[in-house]
Design a protein around this ligand. Structure first.
Ligand code: ADP
Length: 403
């Protein structure tokens, strides 16, 4: 099956056109600056050069029209007819408590996604726009929603309830949801494959470290806890986000600096984390460079980042009463030799021993722990788009077989 995978943000759309049989992305690209007269579409057909088109793309409907047009283009396209798009798979950020798996998008599902707008005011509205736009251009093509929150939604109440009055959970659905679920699911499944045991028998910690960072405790193939919470702000230190913080600090800063709610929100989401501590950069590559040059603030940021991950490894090993594998993924997890080394240092007690040579020479999915490490440590590149394409294929095939 050939699936168009769409990840729609407020001013950008990332897409991949994936053949689920070969698992190859026949084309991938991105539309940026939607809403502006100088929007940019970059498109790379499999095995060919990237092309760049600049034009006026005022909304998501026009953006998707462009995406379909470039897929059909005689020079840069990969299909001859729109009908070759068998299905569309959408990344949807927040499924609330409604969705514990991917679903065929129906009117009822659209209403449920709309009901969750309050929980993800920045993300669900562009996801909805993308679905409506794809429906407009491909009215007879099945569409599937794959939710960032779905993998975590069945974690136990002890992991998702906050220590606040229970009525507030009932009234406003304030609980831990967790995000990056598609990535945590994918890399934990890949780790089980690499180990050669059924995932049902394994205890795995997955660390998705990108611009946003989160970890999950995956026991028997199920997420039983994760670091991001009600929003993607909780947990690990991230490029620009604070992660865990004493809630009183926020009230204190607001009072001292006279900040409004929205200013406090910006402070915690955009000016904190690596950029906040280092004053240098939110980008781990630049932090590492600064650390090597002896920059003390960058070293603080680097240390706080790694230490937080270490603490969660300890916490999740306790939560699962053991650990079989630790997986690093995401831009930092896949590429930073230094972060993996720091996080895994002095962890022998927990059974984690890194092999420096393996850690420094990674390629594709690979083991980076030593042969005598009780816990297997892996570097596994994530592939959320492939998961979305495969989920879409599965749901559409099931649907067709019922007809
Ligand atoms: P997003 O969460 O937006 O998808 P990515 O997963 O691409 O982001 O991760 C971006 C992060 O990965 C940045 O902090 C970047 O510095 C980091 N990164 C990418 N390559 C390297 C590298 N070689 N060494 C260290 N960090 C890297």
């Amino acid at each position: 099956m050939k699936v168009l995978v769409l990840n729609c943000g407020s001013s950008s759309i990332k897409y991949q056109f994936i053949d689920t049989t070969t698992q190859i992305a026949l084309a991938k690209g991105m539309v940026e600056r939607i809403g502006m007269s100088s929007a940019v579409l970059t498109h790379t057909p499999y095995g060919k050069e990237k092309i760049r088109i600049v034009g006026e793309i005022l909304d998501h409907t026009i953006a998707i029209e462009y995406v379909i047009a470039v897929l059909l283009s005689p020079n840069h396209g990969v299909i001859k007819n729109k009908k070759e798009i068998d299905a569309v798979g959408h990344r949807v950020v927040h499924g609330g408590e409604t969705f514990s798996g991917s679903v065929l998008i129906t009117d009822q599902v659209m209403n449920a996604i709309k009901e969750n707008i309050e929980l993800a005011p920045l993300h669900n509205p562009p996801n909805i726009k993308g679905i409506l736009a794809a429906k407009e251009h491909l009215p007879n093509t099945p569409q599937v929603g794959v939710f960032d929150t779905a993998f975590h939604v069945k974690m136990p109440p002890r992991a998702y309830l906050y220590g606040i009055p229970y009525e507030l959970y009932r009234k406003y659905k304030i609980r831990r949801y967790g995000f990056h679920g598609t990535s945590h699911r994918y890399v934990s499944e890949r780790a089980a494959k690499l180990i050669g045991k059924p995932i049902e028998e394994l205890k795995i910690i997955t660390a998705h470290l990108g611009n946003g960072c989160s970890m999950a405790a995956v026991e028997g193939g199920k997420s039983i806890d994760t670091t991001m919470g009600f929003t993607p702000l909780e947990g690990l230190i991230m490029g620009t986000r604070s992660g865990d913080i004493d809630p009183s600090v926020i009230l204190y800063i607001m009072a001292k600096e006279g900040l409004s709610l929205s200013e406090a929100n910006t402070l915690l989401n955009k000016h904190s984390g690596l950029i906040g501590i280092s004053g240098e950069s939110s980008d781990m590559r630049e932090i590492e460079e600064a650390v090597k040059e002896g920059n003390k603030k960058a070293k603080n940021a680097f240390d706080v980042f790694n230490y937080r991950i270490k603490k969660y490894i300890g916490a999740y090993t306790a939560a699962m009463n053991g650990l079989d594998a630790l997986v690093f993924t995401g831009g930092i997890g896949e590429n930073s030799v230094m972060v993996r080394k720091e996080v895994c240092s002095n962890m022998e007690y927990l059974g984690i021993i890194l092999d420096d040579n393996r850690n420094e020479n990674v390629e594709g999915e690979c083991l980076i722990s030593s042969d005598d490490s009780k816990v297997k440590v892996f570097r596994i590149p994530t592939n959320e788009e492939l998961v979305i394409a495969l989920d879409t294929e599965k749901i559409v095939s099931e649907q067709l077989s019922q007809v």
